[in-house]
Design a protein around this ligand. Structure first.
Ligand SMILES: *Cc1c(COP(=O)(O)O)cnc(C)c1O
Length: 362
């Protein structure tokens, strides 16, 4: 009955014993925390999202939602300048990525991704039994696309990369696509709206490109769970086949309506992205003045290391003040770094205040 009974594991399918699940950033229940650990957007979603979702809360909840999220896909396609059969939507980009690993990246050669990157990638490799080769970042923690060549089962990388925030140009991504003509290259653009140029414009040119995006970060909708992918229709077909062998209705009717409203409110989107970027640049300047150095982030977080105080000690001291940042320890090269989400102006002020006191007393 209880999982403390070791014998209970006899009920598990054999592969479950060997899974190494992803550990999400904590979501503490305490109020008054300054929560800068999971890259949530400090701005609320567009008010049009609430109105659209409320419109769905009616008798039609009896009915299954549109399995194809048609209106949402049409809106996404139009915005990206693509056809509707070049768009796929799912329950958060994590689900879109899961289907991508299964549908397009499961080959006999190893999948390539950076050694310092989104830590869900190795988890999907474990789940689907995909061989992987983690390619080291350069000394300065940037990606060199020339390192992603030779026999492989595909390439996946975030752009901007997480947790470094470093951005690759579209020229570099074009080189990556050209170097791997017979394998799919997945560009995970969770943070692209905070100052990067999306690779979606390369979709018509490259039959091996899949671009994955999410409403969680730049549209302030992490709780809604909507993600999507853009690619030529033969790639989208593969994702649809897996999706319809797994869950035909991944997006609720409320999620579809809210997502559509968010996509259509372009003004609010531009305004909040710009405000996040300005806040990031201001915070970067303040942290540098306190003795931090950092990668060049184009995302809604900073990846910082201090010249004298250790990252673990800083994270622990901040926590005492109710400020939560992310200390990632999955690679020895980054154990002295902290990933700090760009919060609201007042969150950032409290962070800088706490760090100023901490570093002057240490
Ligand atoms: C946050 C994040 C995701 C997942 O986003 P969801 O749509 O909320 O599942 C995917 N990739 C990267 C690199 C992320 O940081």
């Amino acid at each position: 009955m209880s999982s403390t009974n070791i014998n209970a594991n006899r009920f598990w399918s054999p592969k479950v014993h060997n899974l190494l699940p992803y550990v999400p950033g904590e979501q503490p229940k305490l109020s008054n925390l300054v929560k800068l650990n999971t890259n949530e957007n400090p701005f609320p979603p567009s008010s049009k999202v609430f109105a659209a979702m409320q419109g769905q809360l009616c008798d039609s909840l009896r009915l299954y939602p549109d399995p194809n999220a048609t209106e949402l896909c049409q809106s996404l396609a139009k915005r990206a300048g693509l056809a509707v059969d070049q768009v796929f939507v799912g329950n958060g980009s994590d689900e879109v990525l899961a289907h991508t690993f299964q549908a397009l990246l499961q080959h006999s050669e190893p999948l390539l991704f950076p050694d310092i990157s989104y830590s869900f990638y190795p988890v999907y490799c474990g789940l689907y039994g995909i061989d992987k080769r983690e390619v080291p970042l350069a000394e300065d923690l940037t990606i060199n696309v020339n390192d992603y060549q030779g026999p492989n089962g595909g390439v996946i990388l975030p752009n901007p990369n997480a947790p470094t925030g470093e951005l690759l140009s579209l020229v570099a991504i074009g080189q990556l696509l050209t170097a791997n003509p017979n394998r799919v290259v997945v560009i995970d653009e969770a943070y692209i709206d905070f100052g990067g140029q999306s690779a979606t414009q390369l979709v018509p040119q490259f039959d091996n490109l899949l671009v994955v995006q999410t409403l969680s970060k730049s549209r302030s909708l992490a709780g809604l769970r909507v993600g999507f992918a853009f690619g030529q229709s033969h790639l989208i077909d593969a994702l649809e086949r897996v999706k319809n062998s797994f869950n035909s209705y991944p997006l609720s009717s409320e999620a579809q309506a809210g997502a559509l409203a968010a996509i259509e409110d372009e003004d609010y989107f531009q305004q909040t992205c710009q405000a996040n970027i300005e806040q990031r640049e201001q915070l970067a300047g303040q942290l540098k003045a306190l003795g931090f150095s950092m990668t060049q982030s184009h995302a809604n977080f900073l990846f910082v290391t201090h010249r004298s105080m250790e990252a673990a000690a800083i994270a622990a001291a901040l926590r005492q003040q109710g400020i939560i940042v992310r200390h990632l320890t999955n690679s020895p090269r980054i154990t002295n770094y902290l990933r700090i989400s760009v919060g609201s102006a007042s969150d950032c002020e409290m962070l800088v205040q706490a760090l100023t006191e901490l570093l002057s007393s240490s």
